[in-house]
Ligand binder design. Sequence first.
Ligand code: SF4
Length: 226
Amino acid sequence: MSKEQPTLFPELVPFQAQPPEESYVSFVPGVKPEEAFLEIDTLDELIGRMVECKRCGLRAGCRQVVVADGDPEADLMLVGEGPGQDEDEQGLPFVGRAGQLLDRILQAASLRRDEVYITNVVKCRPPGNRLPNPGEVAACRGYLDAQIRLIKPKILVCLGLLATRTIIDEQAAMGRTRGKWFTRQGISIIATYHPAALLRRQEYKRPTWEDFKSIRDRYQNLRRGE
Ligand code: SF4
């Protein structure tokens, strides 16, 4: 007679934890686990990697890497497209004319700039303030994904078409997508016009204000625990 004990649950196999890279689902579409800086678990370390970065050609043409501004513990995160000349000079996002308009919009929505976290899809200034090209966005979006993973915002606002296409849907059109709430990985996402577009197109001001009223209401409900 065999001394082998019968297996009670032969269909069960021992649980094996997946290494983080294999189980990781990025927040920003298209970011592969090996591009998501999963080995980094502090914002300071991530900032260190960003300021040393030369992954794309933009670094050669800018003064400095513009990482972010605001509260790293923020519940509300705003993402624009890339630094302009003033941002490149000062090393902070949204400090030029568009940034000053954003400050006024935030203030009107009862939000302080220092209670939100502001960054861009690409961290280096594209020459002549052109839009970043797809290769530059692909090179940089892993940093954005890592910022979102480490900051864990509850609300994410895409400012302008590039951020909207990078984060929400690569086929998005502002007219169709702005002002609607989406949820991904427990984070509420909304798109609205970039403040620079408001400086050129008066007719964008009203819908943008409607979007920010909705953002304000959701943020205030969140703070009240609703
Ligand atoms: S734009 Fe992004 S990927 Fe390109 S060099 Fe700057 S930090 Fe690196």
